[in-house]
Design a protein around this ligand. Structure first.
Ligand SMILES: [Fe+2]
Length: 193
């Protein structure tokens, strides 16, 4: 039954679809379909407004809002609102890193730049950078993929980020040596819907 909140209804429908898609395991073709479904949610831009999901305070790069997470920690869906901060210190997400589960990102407003990396055994080799925008479709990663994210320096961005399950720790790489080190993920804020 529809609720009084169209965003809650749209998120619920999207996550029910993705739960069904992921039920048999997530490989590349399934992940592609998850990305298409997430991008469809992101395309409903009227549902996501800055008043409901404001940018972080001045000097803080990102505000994170949880839109959904299953009771067992699966399928955490976050809304990230990013403030352009050209001189911000480099954060772990800006360096090559690897999540222990699959991930999909879809942009609602603005853009971010995503890069995949290959482990050559003696260091990391950067692949081409891809711009994630409302027109680009989703960016998806399997657990083995190493990626880095760069914010846009000129305009605020709003995008959706979905993982297979919530994880407290990821792995960040030094691109020159290929050396890996763990880093703690921020806690998942309580769901807003
Ligand atoms: Fe990441």
């Amino acid at each position: 039954m529809p609720s009084a909140d169209p965003l809650a209804d749209a998120v619920h429908a999207c996550m029910a679809d993705i739960d069904r898609l992921a039920a048999g395991g997530v490989d590349r073709p399934v992940l592609d379909r998850i990305g298409v479904r997430l991008a469809h949610l992101a395309a409903q831009t009227d549902l996501f407004d800055w008043r409901r999901f404001p940018l972080p305070a001045e000097g803080v790069p990102t505000a994170i809002y949880t839109l959904h997470v299953a009771s067992d920690g699966r399928l955490p869906l976050q809304l990230l609102c990013a403030r352009p901060m050209p001189n911000a210190p480099v954060r772990p997400a800006n360096k090559p890193h690897q999540h222990p589960t699959w991930a999909a990102a879809a942009c609602i407003r603005g853009c971010t730049r995503e890069q995949l990396w290959q482990d050559s055994g003696t260091g990391l080799r950067a692949g081409p950078e891809r711009t994630l925008s409302p027109e680009s479709g989703a960016f998806t990663m399997l657990p083995a993929d190493i990626h880095s994210v760069r914010g846009d320096d000129t305009a605020p961005a709003m995008h959706l980020l979905l993982y297979g399950y919530f994880f407290p720790e990821a792995v960040v790489y030094d691109p020159e040596s290929g050396r890996a080190a763990p880093y703690a993920m921020p806690d998942l804020p309580p769901p807003r819907l």
